[in-house]
Design a protein around this ligand. Sequence first.
Ligand code: AMP
Ligand code: GLY
Length: 425
Amino acid sequence: MKVLIIGGGGREHALAWKVSQSPRVKKIYAAPGNAGIAQLAECAPVKAEDIPGLLSFAKSRAVDLTIVGPEGPLSAGIVDEFQKAGLPVFGPSRKAAEIEANKAFTKDLMKKYGIPSADYGVFTDKAAAEDYVRRTGAPIVVKAAGLAAGKGVVVAETVDEAIAALDMIMAKKTFGAAGDVVVIEECLKGEEASFMAFTDGKTVVPMASSQDHKRVFDADKGPNTGGMGAYSPAPVVTKKLEKQVMDKVMIPTVRAMEKEGRLFKGVLYAGLMIHDGTAKVLEFNARFGDPETQPIMARLESDLIDLIEAILGGRLSKIDIRWKPDSAVCVVMASAGYPGSYEKGVEITGLEKAAARPGVMVFHSGTAQRNGKVVTDGGRVLGVTGLGASVAAAIDRAYAGVRDIYFEGAHYRHDIGARALEEGN
Ligand code: AMP
Ligand code: GLY
């Protein structure tokens, strides 16, 4: 079968790597892909947001299955358009993807169905929002309701900071129309974890647990990023907590979406805050996480194509998902300056040496090929992923791979997976 993967980040490289291991797959296309994906797939220069372009590409190559990585095309309705054209596609419909694309909708949904989450208010009027912030006090969290590439959330330590965030989002329109509506939330404390599940709209099957590292510097210092690394499993997600999250969050949410006429098929991702053994939802994503997917795919034993087909056919309840018992750790190597401004086109060396190590997968995020060389092409450049019998072994492998690779100004965190070690594994 021929598979098209939409997107060009580390998540999509990990998906392409996993799909390439399916004996059923004869050909992989990616749009737009990157230099790493190009080793496994034929990359087409079509942007992930160009839905008509993707549709005509998929038709012209008689693609049998399309897997959508990023939220942009999902919330723009790529799944609806492919389905109309009779093309099998993995991901939620536009209406279902609103669970990620519209935080005001999602907060109201959680409230209506009793899904645990922070207290909140929704505002379109800046003066009313400021008034709410002053009455509630700090710390407080201000969020643009729409999609803002993971940057539309400010955890404000003071009232002044929260007011400044409202100014940035509602008056200066830093995130454009994504900031027309603002959600203001109670600031939750605890430890974060990523909880992803496959669902066909009825059956919900959890993936292995994982944890992301959002801050740019060691010990969770510095500004938020798209994610500087991830590991799986996450010891904070105990069997007991997994059951709680399934019973109180994932299953009720999938049921709620069905009741609201927004049947959710695909990957439902809950960003959780865990405090005293209880999980509350920070956000939902309508897709695989990035970089969580890199360690998760490294650990997935089952054939991803079989799984996806079961979801599309509404047969997920008949499928058994198998995971490797190993741990996986993904260390992101970023461009100098990231998450601020950075240069592109810096040559990367040592990739083959790292990839040749046993248990090391070098997933590319922002890379491109120029004159036979691999160069940087984004803020997050690589996700060097180690798989090992223990967290410690996975950490050692990932960092051995990282040390093989060089590009000028490269930076990465040195403590990815350290928390999993502390929490005992
Ligand atoms: P979100 O995109 O909504 O997950 O927010 C991005 C990040 O902001 C989360 O990963 C948390 O670190 C933080 N955050 C979001 N909502 C809250 C909240 N209610 N309390 C504390 N931190 C939050
Ligand atoms: N790692 C966070 C996300 O995928 O949104």
